[in-house]
Design a protein around this ligand. Structure first.
Ligand SMILES: Cc1ncc(COP(=O)(O)O)c(C=O)c1O
Length: 375
């Protein structure tokens, strides 16, 4: 029985030889390939600057630090995401304010964020909105830009899953103060580990460069150490990997979109039976993950095990932050949140551009059998 993984990195021989070229050159960091990758990302997104870093988490941390967010500040964060989003807020010394998400897009909405702003009563100062384009589904950026302008809040995009997704501003990464991408192997474009920040603000971009590199900046006659900071650099061989994948990204997203259409068509009868809920279709999705929501009668863990026994890897989609030990203290309400339900009943199905339509058919028919058996 062939195994179907949730996703597979798409690394061809050209990418491997580009990495080998860098390894043979001896210039492993601080080189031309890293700068070329930054220029390519900026051109792809349409921003003036891109700064590559060692992970998506590093990107979010540097974004907040670069914006001057720290102790005494509070940041709006969606309750359904990977914990790195809120961890970065805590690591700069600020406080996350958890906002529930939409049950079909899995994203925070401007309306929910505004309600949280109006309900906010702590002694901290609300400083920023850190939105997440969950699984590559773009948030309502027009709404969020209007909201951040209205309340004088910084707007940061956790676009870890959303390189290549589009909003009404163009590519995800335009329309905010800064956006952060991840190149982890579960992302469509991967450098193994890695990430990037994009912005149109040259002062911010310089700050990110200083803060990713020991607080060091060029100075007359050499370099100066101007602030205490850590090392969040990306290597040039990782940049070579990303650089060779970037031109393929739009085509890969289109292939994913077509596979998702097949999923939606095949799963519609199960939705009609009340077995599951399908995700919303939103213009510009990059489909990093395809997550359905199981009806309450099904136990997520048991279905994951049953699918695994048939050689198909499935998993939960993301976490409810308010239910994690780390962020429990920031939980807004004791009532059941949408985020809780999505974390408990969400099921991510295999999706990557190298899958074939027959793979989708195998997943959907196996899932139908598992749900029938369990109901
Ligand atoms: C929404 C979100 N934010 C942040 C991250 C962290 O990215 P990284 O693993 O590159 O640090 C992830 C990774 O899965 C994510 O999904």
């Amino acid at each position: 029985m062939t195994q179907l993984k949730l996703s597979r990195p798409n690394i061809d021989e050209t990418a491997i030889s580009k990495v080998a070229e860098v390894l043979r050159s001896g210039n492993l960091v601080h080189g031309a390939v890293g700068r070329e990758f930054e220029a390519a990302i900026a051109a792809f997104v349409g921003t003036s600057h891109a700064v590559v870093v060692s992970s998506g988490t590093a990107a979010i941390y540097l974004a907040l630090r670069g914006l001057g967010i720290g102790p005494g500040d509070a940041v709006l964060v969606p309750d359904f995401t990977f914990p790195a989003t809120a961890n970065a807020v805590v690591m700069v010394g600020a406080t996350p304010v958890l906002v529930d998400v939409d049950p079909k897009t899995y994203c925070m909405t401007p309306a929910a964020a505004e309600a949280a702003i109006n309900a906010f009563s702590s002694g901290a100062k609300l400083a920023a909105i850190l939105l997440v384009h969950e699984f590559g589904t773009p948030c309502d950026m027009l709404g969020f830009r209007a909201l951040s302008d209205k309340y004088c809040l910084k707007l940061v995009e956790d676009a870890a899953c959303a390189l290549g997704a589009r909003t009404s501003f163009g590519m995800v990464g335009k329309g905010s103060d800064v956006a952060c991408f991840s190149f982890h192997p579960r992302k469509t474009l991967t450098t193994g580990e890695g990430g990037a920040l994009v912005t149109d603000d040259p002062v911010l971009a310089d700050r990110f460069r200083v803060h990713r590199n020991h607080g060091m900046q060029p100075a007359e006659g050499g370099v100066a150490f101007v602030e205490a900071a850590l090392n969040f650099r990306l290597t040039d061989f990782q940049s070579a990997l990303g650089l060779s994948q970037l031109p393929h990204l739009p085509g890969w997203i289109e292939s994913r979109r077509q596979l998702v259409e097949r999923y939606l068509y095949a799963l519609a009868p199960l939705e009609q039976k009340g077995y599951l809920t399908l995700p919303a279709l939103v213009d510009g999705q990059s489909w990093q993950t395809f997550m359905i929501v199981l009806d309450r009668r099904f136990d997520q863990r048991s279905i994951i095990v049953a699918m695994g026994e048939q050689g198909i890897e499935t998993n939960l989609g993301a976490q409810c932050l308010g239910d994690t030990q780390t962020h429990r203290a920031y939980r807004a309400t004791l009532d059941e949140s949408v985020a809780q339900r999505l974390a408990k009943q969400g099921l991510a199905l295999p999706l990557c551009e190298t899958m074939h339509p027959v793979d989708i058919d195998r997943v959907t028919s196996t899932l139908a059998r598992c749900l029938e058996d369990a109901s």
